[in-house]
Design a protein around this ligand. Structure first.
Ligand SMILES: Cc1cc2nc3c(=O)[nH]c(=O)nc-3n(C[C@H](O)[C@H](O)[C@H](O)COP(=O)(O)O)c2cc1C
Length: 327
């Protein structure tokens, strides 16, 4: 019988399918259902740095006469608002389910919000995913300044919590492989999530309006993370979670072969509903049985950059007749 159990961020998961941070994980009923349908773990819908700071600032304003500052607020006054609701959701999810509950914060700077990590730990979360949403769109900033922000944020969060941490990062970097290696060596985090999927702008040419591109991923988008999981699993010594475009059990197998520890999925569950987790798990189990693999470690990383003889396939960026099959 195929055993899908896996350890991610030091947490025991019954299988490698994690439901990614999204509206799918923003209520206790949805989380209970996701566990029932077989999810290995869930990452809660992100709290945003701005939300933490704005709520804090609002209450600091209200409590001005008592001399509180944002720091005090984050420590003391998180009961009757969005932040309090978030902590309540963590507590409830821990009380009512048996799967790991990973909290999530979306941020762009290393300001006072980092103290909120302690609150998340106290509420009982099993780990914290830090989504650092850096878009290199500021033409005054050099690439290296953007990259330093990862380390500044992670170092401060690390000082505020003992929780296992995962960094969900952008794929925009001039030196991505080197950046990932330095993050893995920094010891600030136990895992990296490859990659953020950003909001996609589009233009309506008839009405001259900015519109939203597709919110949900398509299976073809898997190649972005597959390339980098295969390249980086070769040298990082922390866990990897692959995300984007993973829509089937076969896609999970591809990522495991490339060397990922787990996957995080959202779009396919939005499209097909939580029951699709079972279908994906059956596909993985059937494939493992067919290939006589008992555990995920028996085949994890078999097609990673250092294991395959076709390393050029991961590094090649030009289409050629030989690879693309078209001229
Ligand atoms: C509707 C929606 C909301 C999302 N909200 C968040 C979020 O709050 N925080 C976050 O880190 N990722 C968020 N994501 C990204 C997902 O966690 C996931 O990484 C991404 O969608 C790629 O996986 P997929 O191709 O399976 O959708 C969201 C995705 C969707 C579709």
């Amino acid at each position: 019988m195929a055993n899908l159990a896996v350890t991610y961020l030091g947490l025991k998961l019954k299988n490698p399918i994690i439901i990614g941070s999204s509206g799918l994980t923003d209520s206790i009923d949805k989380i209970i259902d996701l566990e029932k349908q077989g999810a290995g773990a869930v990452v809660l819908k992100s709290l945003f740095e701005e939300q933490i700071l704005a709520e804090s600032a609002r209450h600091v304003e209200l409590d001005k006469s008592f001399g509180y500052d944002v720091h005090d607020y984050i420590h003391n006054y998180t009961r009757n608002n969005k932040l309090g609701d978030y902590l309540k959701l963590i507590k409830e999810a821990k009380a009512k389910t048996n799967i790991p509950i990973i909290a999530s914060i979306n941020c762009v700077s290393d300001t006072e919000w980092v103290k909120f990590a302690r609150k998340i730990e106290e509420a009982g979360a099993d780990a914290l995913e830090i989504n650092i949403s850096l878009l290199p769109s500021n033409h005054e900033m050099r690439g290296v300044q953007n990259e330093e922000m990862y380390f500044d944020i992670l170092e401060k969060v690390r000082k505020n919590t003992k929780l296992p941490l995962a960094l969900k990062m952008s794929r925009y970097s001039g030196g991505l492989a080197n950046l990932i290696k330095r993050i893995s060596w920094s010891k600030f985090v136990e895992g990296i999530v490859l990659f953020n999927r950003y909001y996609r702008p589009d233009i309506d040419i008839d009405n001259l309006k900015i519109t939203s591109g597709s919110i949900y991923s398509t299976p073809s988008e898997i190649s972005y993370s597959l390339r980098w999981v295969a390249i980086c699993s070769n040298f990082v010594d922390i866990n990897i979670a692959a995300t984007t475009g993973i829509h089937s059990g076969r896609d999970v197998i591809k990522q495991l072969l490339a060397g990922t520890t787990v996957v995080e999925i959202a779009s396919v569950i939005y499209k097909n509903g939580p029951k699709h987790i079972q279908t994906m798990l059956s596909e993985i189990t059937d494939w493992m049985q067919e290939h006589n693999y008992e555990n995920l470690d028996d085949f994890r990383g078999l097609m990673a950059y250092d294991k395959t003889k076709e390393t050029a396939a991961f590094e090649r960026i030009q289409f050629m007749k030989h690879f693309a099959g078209i001229e």
